[in-house]
Design a binder for this molecule. Structure first.
Ligand code: BES
Ligand code: MN
Ligand code: ZN
Length: 527
C-alpha cells in the first residue's frame, strides 16, 4: 500500500513529484484553502487567479495540475476542489477533506511521492486526509498469473497471494498506486495527531484488502481460498480462527449454509475470527454474507444480472476487515467475525425451489427461490453467533436488489430490533463518511413468508423486498440480543467512474462504520 509519512517541512521545501493544495468555491470565485500559503507565495500571490484562468472553480471532485514556479522544490502543483467554503470560519468537514485527498491520490497514480498541503486544523483533519489519500490511491492488482488454469488457482490463492501480487503481472494492470503521501501541516509530534494517522493507515490497509477480495474474480476466490486468507491474517495478527468445513457444517446441522453451497464444486465454509481484549467489558458479533459467486442457483439469474455477482461476498470482506482493524487498534472490546461462505451454483446436486432445509436453529425453511440465498447462510451464522451471547450482533450483506431500488447505489439500509441501536449506527456511518438510511420492519410483511410445508419460506412479497429479508433474518436472532442488519447491495460495488476516494469495483462499504462502532463500544459511548 501507499506509504504515509508525517512531515514538518513546508510545501515549498519538501522534495516530491507534486504538491497538493486545496481550493474552494467562494461567493466571489475560487479561494485557496489554508495550507497553500507558501505555494501561493511562490506564484507571487497570483495562484488563485492563475487557477481560475485554467478553469478551476474549487468544486468538489475537481483536479487541476500546473507546473510549479522555481521557488518550489516539487515540479508540479495539484489543486483539488473542496467544494463550498465552510460557513463557520476556515474548517472543512472531514468528508470534504477525505474526498479531496482521494481525488488527489487518484490523479497522482503512477508517481512516487506527493506532499499533501490540505487544510489540517487538528488530529481528526489529519486522520481524514490520510484516510482519503490511502483509500483514493487504491489500485487493484490482479493476482492470478497469466494463463493460470481457472479455479485451480483459487485453492492456491491464500499462499500464492503475496508472491503473485509482487509479480510481473502487476505492470499490466494499469498505473501503480501513488508511492508515498507526505502529510504536511498539523503537529506530527502531537500524540493525537500520530494516533489519528496511525489509525487511518491501519483501517485503510484492511479496507483496501477487503476491496481486493471483492475484486478478485470468482474463479480465484471461493469459500475455501477465502477461509485460507482469513487464516493467514489471523496468524499474522495473533487472532483466533476456526473454520468449519463442509463435513463439520453437515455434522453441526448448518442446513442453511449447506443448502446454499451444495450445488457448487467448491464446498461452503463458516469462519469464526475472534479478537479479544483482556479488559473488554462488551462483546460484538459481526456476521458477513460471503457468497463468493451468486448465480442465483436453480432460480438462475439472467444475463445482465450476474456480471457483478462476485461482489456478493462484500459483507464477509467488510467483517473480516473490521475484526482485523479492531485488533490492530487494540480496542478494548471483544469482536467476533462470522463469515458465512458459499458459492451459489446450479447443478444436479443443487437445492431446488420447493426443497425444505432444516436450519441450524432447528427451524425449517421452504426454499421457494434459490436466489434468495443470502438470508439462508446468514440465518445459520446469526443463530450460531447468538449462542455466544454477544451484547450486539450486526450483520452486513449484499442482500437485496430491492434495497438498491429504494436507496440507490451509494446508500446502505439499516434495519434493527432496537430503535436506539439503529439510530446509533446511522449516526456513526454519517460521521465516518458512509451514507446510510434507517429502514422499518413492518411486521405484516412476515405473513407472506408462511409456508404449508415448513416453519417459513425464504420468499415473501415482492413489495418491500429489502424489509422482507430483514424480517426473515430477525427470526434467527437469539432472544434478548440487540441486532442490526446492514443491506449494502447498493454501495458494495461501484460500477461508475471513480469519485472522491471511491474506486471502480469493490468499495469496502461498511468497514468504517463497523470499526467506529467497535471503537464507540470500547469507549463505553454506546452505553
Ligand atoms: N445477491 C443478491 C442481491 C444483490 C442484487 C446484490 C444486486 C447486489 C446487487 C441476492 O442474493 C438476491 O439475488 N436477491 C434477490 C432476492 C429475491 C429472489 C427475493 C433479489 O434481490 O432479487
Ligand atoms: Mn441471490
Ligand atoms: Zn446473493
Amino acid at each position: 500500500m501507499t506509504a504515509l509519512t508525517l512531515s514538518t517541512s513546508s510545501a515549498a521545501t519538501l522534495r516530491a513529484d507534486a504538491v497538493v493544495i486545496g481550493v474552494a468555491k467562494g461567493p466571489k470565485g475560487l479561494v485557496l484553502a489554508p495550507g497553500s500559503e507558501t505555494v501561493d507565495k511562490a506564484f507571487d500571490g497570483k495562484l488563485a487567479a492563475v487557477l481560475e484562468i485554467l478553469g478551476a472553480s474549487g468544486a468538489e471532485g475537481e483536479a487541476t495540475k500546473l507546473p510549479a514556479p522555481s521557488g518550489l522544490k516539487s515540479p508540479v502543483v495539484l489543486a483539488v476542489g473542496l467544494g463550498g467554503v465552510p460557513d463557520n470560519g476556515d474548517r472543512y468537514d472531514g468528508e470534504a477533506l477525505r474526498r479531496a485527498a482521494g481525488v488527489a491520490a487518484r490523479t497522482l497514480s503512477g508517481t512516487k511521492k506527493a506532499a499533501f498541503a490540505l487544510p489540517v486544523e487538528d488530529a481528526a483533519d489529519a486522520g481524514a486526509v490520510a484516510e482519503g489519500a490511502l483509500l483514493g490511491a487504491y489500485v487493484y492488482v490482479p493476482r492470478g498469473a497469466a494463463g493460470a488454469p481457472a479455479d485451480k488457482t483459487a485453492d492456491k490463492a491464500g499462499k500464492g497471494a503475496k508472491a503473485a501480487r509482487n509479480g510481473a503481472d502487476s505492470k499490466d494492470s494499469g498505473k501503480e498506486p501513488l508511492g508515498e503521501v507526505a502529510l504536511l501541516g498539523g503537529k506530527p509530534r502531537d500524540k493525537a495527531y500520530k494516533a489519528a494517522t496511525d489509525r487511518a493507515v491501519a483501517v485503510a490497509a484492511e479496507l483496501n484488502r477487503a476491496r481486493d477480495l471483492i475484486n478478485m474474480p470468482p474463479n480465484e476466490l471461493n469459500p475455501k481460498s477465502f477461509a485460507t486468507e482469513v487464516q493467514a491474517a489471523a496468524k499474522e495478527h495473533g487472532l483466533k480462527v476456526e473454520v468449519l468445513d463442509e463435513k463439520a457444517l453437515l455434522k453441526g446441522g448448518f442446513g442453511g449454509i449447506m443448502g446454499v453451497g451444495q450445488g457448487a464444486d467448491a464446498p461452503p465454509r463458516l469462519v469464526k475470527l475472534s479478537y479479544t481484549h483482556p479488559k473488554a467489558r462488551q462483546s460484538l458479533a459481526f456476521v458477513g454474507k460471503g457468497i463468493t459467486y451468486d448465480s442465483g442457483g436453480i432460480s438462475l439469474k439472467p444475463a445482465g444480472h450476474n456480471e457483478t455477482m462476485k461482489c456478493d461476498m462484500s459483507g464477509a470482506a467488510a467483517v473480516f476487515a473490521a475484526v482485523v482493524s479492531a485488533a490492530k487498534l487494540g480496542l478494548q472490546v471483544n469482536v467476533t467475525g462470522w463469515l458465512a461462505l458459499a458459492e451459489n451454483m446450479p447443478s444436479g446436486g443443487a437445492t431446488r425451489p420447493g426443497d425444505v432445509l432444516r436450519m441450524y436453529s432447528g427451524k425449517t425453511v421452504e426454499v421457494l427461490n434459490t436466489d434468495a440465498e443470502g438470508r439462508l447462510v446468514l440465518a445459520d451464522a446469526i443463530t450460531r453467533a447468538s449462542e455466544d451471547k454477544p451484547d450486539a450482533i450486526v450483520d452486513v450483506a449484499t442482500l437485496t436488489g430491492a434495497m438498491v431500488l429504494a436507496l440507490g447505489n451509494r446508500t446502505f439500509g439499516i434495519m434493527a430490533n432496537d430503535d436506539a441501536f439503529r439510530t446509533a449506527i446511522h449516526e456513526i456511518s454519517e460521521e465516518v463518511g458512509e451514507q446510510s438510511w434507517p429502514m422499518p420492519m413492518p411486521p405484516e410483511l412476515l405473513k407472506a413468508m408462511d409456508s404449508q410445508v415448513a416453519d417459513l419460506s425464504n420468499m415473501g412479497e415482492r413489495m418491500g423486498g429489502g424489509l422482507v429479508a430483514g424480517l426473515f433474518l430477525q427470526e434467527f436472532v437469539g432472544e434478548g440480543i440487540t441486532w442490526a442488519h446492514l443491506d449494502i447491495a447498493g454501495p458494495a460495488f461501484h460500477e461508475g467512474a471513480p469519485f472522491g476516494y471511491t474506486p471502480k469495483g469493490g468499495t469496502g462499504s461498511a468497514v468504517r462504520t463497523l470499526v467506529r462502532l467497535a471503537e464507540r463500544t470500547a469507549s463505553g459511548d454506546l452505553g
